[in-house]
Design a binder for this molecule. Structure first.
Ligand SMILES: NC(=O)c1ccc[n+]([C@@H]2O[C@H](COP(=O)([O-])OP(=O)(O)OC[C@H]3O[C@@H](n4cnc5c(N)ncnc54)[C@H](OP(=O)(O)O)[C@@H]3O)[C@@H](O)[C@H]2O)c1
Length: 388
């Protein structure tokens, strides 16, 4: 039995996706061996997880080792260490549940070493989609989406000839501010922005849902995962978060994938793949679903969406610059330094200040990320002064 267990690393195991991934592992005794886990600063929870899952190694942020780990657990520090956990020959499946640009290095390390990657960290594909998908092709690695929209598309596309696929439609809940009067959105406070109507998620992705940056990044993610041009990827507002995405077919019909909004469903699918998932999570009786609504998105309410998407469409490192500016702005908003409405200003000013180049190598992407981080931090400082 042990010889056949899937050997897994979960990067970002203390976060929302990471904790759900561990629940999935616990729901399937004897299927997974958790080889390694990682956190950034939350070493107390990581130590508990390390003990509970009897892992061999853990990764932590630079200088965060602490002393609470079981004595036989190897503790490694810093971003290079995460890449080493991702390419560990003892590991078959890498669950990348890191948030932000920190996910890129481990995604690349895993793909270059031919792993199956259950990818929650959409930022990896936003920043380096072309490089990552090429690396996967060259090494034989597999990218299995964890984002619910992409997991649904992945499942709908199974067995559909490429010539029959006209495009995909990502559904968006509209986020926590979808019904706030437009004039009040810019002043929304952190608590109301973090109260998502349908999903329970980490802070950054919840704020990104309120700005719709999350959906813009998902469009880019879909572009690379499914090899579709931007004009064949649409977005529709769907308040109930039951239909996770649609696939448009050549004859005008559509395939939909329905399920309760519970991330353990797509995580389980990705972790068990290619074995079929079971009903441990997310039974969805149709008679209990009620009415399902689909509406066009009012993009005036979400200025960040087009800022990020247009930057990505221009190609090269544009998407990296926009995503990095967003990361800095979201941090500043959650930390109380800027207003919600300033997130768009930070992204706009960063895009104006940093010239994009070719995203030919990971180094060029990381160079753009560094320049964007500096420019965005400058924009945050100016906004703080203006608002003081
Ligand atoms: N949450 C969801 O339901 C959901 C749904 C779809 C897609 N996603 C995507 O999944 C990814 C993870 O989201 P999440 O909501 O799970 O995030 P989260 O709750 O904030 O967790 C992030 C994880 O990454 C670690 N981390 C943070 N910064 C790091 C750094 N600089 N270096 C190394 N590790 C770092 C955190 O460690 P500490 O705990 O120590 O800080 C934590 O383990 C994101 O890309 C998000 O867009 C999430």
């Amino acid at each position: 039995m042990t010889a056949h267990r899937k050997r897994v690393t979960i990067l970002g195991s203390t976060g929302s996706i990471g904790r759900n991934a561990l629940e999935v592992a616990e729901a399937h005794p004897g299927v997974f061996e958790i080889v390694s886990l990682s956190a950034f600063r939350n070493v107390d929870l990581l130590a508990e997880q390390a003990e509970r899952f009897r892992v061999k190694r853990v990764g932590v942020g630079e200088g965060a080792s602490g002393s609470g780990f079981p004595p036989d657990v190897e503790v490694v520090e810093g971003s290079e260490a995460l890449a080493s956990l991702a390419s560990d020959p003892d590991v078959d499946l890498v669950v990348n549940a890191l948030v932000g640009a920190a996910g890129l290095g481990p995604t690349m390390a895993a793909l270059r070493s031919g792993k199956r990657v259950a990818l929650a960290n959409k930022e990896s594909l936003v920043m380096a989609g072309e490089i990552a998908t090429r690396a996967a092709e060259e090494s034989g690695a597999e990218l299995i989406p964890v984002d619910s929209e992409h997991s649904s598309i992945f499942r709908c596309l199974a067995g559909v000839p490429a010539a029959e696929v006209a495009g995909v439609v990502l559904t968006a809940s509209g986020g926590p501010l979808r019904d706030v009067p437009p004039g009040d959105v810019a002043e929304a406070d952190v608590d109301s922005v973090l109260r998502h109507p349908t999903w329970t998620m980490g802070e950054k992705v919840t704020v990104d849902s309120a700005t719709l940056v999350n959906k813009a990044m998902e469009v880019v993610e879909a572009r690379w995962l499914f090899g579709l041009p931007f004009e064949r990827i649409d977005v529709v507002l769907h308040r109930e978060s039951i239909v996770h995405s649609l696939v448009r077919l050549a004859d005008g019909t559509m395939l939909a994938h329905l399920g309760v909004p519970d991330m353990r469903v797509p995580i389980q699918y990705a972790m068990l793949y290619p074995e079929p998932p079971d009903g441990s999570f997310g039974e969805c009786p149709p008679e209990k679903l009620g009415a399902l609504h689909f509406e066009p998105i009012d993009y005036d309410r979400y200025p960040c969406f087009l800022l990020v998407l247009e930057a990505a469409k221009r190609g090269g490192t544009g998407a990296t610059i926009a995503a990095t500016a967003d990361e800095v702005a979201v941090d500043a908003f959650v930390g109380g330094s800027i207003r919600f409405g300033d997130i768009a200003t930070v992204i706009e000013e960063t895009l104006a200040a940093v010239t994009p180049g070719a995203a030919a190598t990971v180094e060029s992407v990381l160079d753009a990320e560094g320049r964007a981080r500096e420019a965005a931090a400058g924009a945050v400082e100016r906004l703080k002064v203006r608002e003081a």
